[in-house]
Ligand binder design. Sequence first.
Ligand SMILES: Cc1cc2nc3c(=O)[nH]c(=O)nc-3n(C[C@H](O)[C@H](O)[C@H](O)COP(=O)(O)O)c2cc1C
Length: 172
Amino acid sequence: MEFYEVIKTRRSIRSYKDTPIPEDAMGRVLEATRISPSGHNRQFWKFYIVEEGEAKKRIAEGCDDQMWIADAPAVIVAVGYNVPFSRGGYMGDMSFMMDVSIAFTQLILAARAEGLGTCWIGAFSNDKIKEAMGLPDDENVVAVTPIGYPDKGVFSENTSRKTLEEITEWVK
Ligand SMILES: Cc1cc2nc3c(=O)[nH]c(=O)nc-3n(C[C@H](O)[C@H](O)[C@H](O)COP(=O)(O)O)c2cc1C
């Protein structure tokens, strides 16, 4: 699929078919995630692919009870490692947030290219998801997404965006 078509038609999908995700499609999505760039190429991240029903429900509960998340055939939980590292002193040991977000963006766009829906979930409790999944202390949840073939939501351009004039300023 053409790159600009992918980014134009990616939408947040909140309703999924229970059709299983083919292994090769999921493999390409995870590969797109794996090759993502990171500061100093540290790659301090991990991606859990959760397919088991009860585990998906516990994660959905940890996402402010957005229970529809558990209806997707899989839920991906992206975590970053809280390793002290100063990126010019700006983000410090929170730099993993940026790295994992870049990888997660690649994941979501690759999913769209495969015809798979996702929805970036930012409303979650790190503590609740860590407890639900039994994650170690040094792993922090950065983002969650259900993944699967869309049921109702269609891939189409989202027209409710600010205009280029509103968000850009040329300095010449
Ligand atoms: C960082 C972030 C957090 C989000 N958190 C949630 C969420 O918790 N639940 C939800 O249903 N959608 C969530 N969304 C999806 C946004 O609502 C959605 O991207 C936005 O309304 C634009 O719609 P579109 O993705 O279909 O273009 C989140 C998106 C981002 C980027």
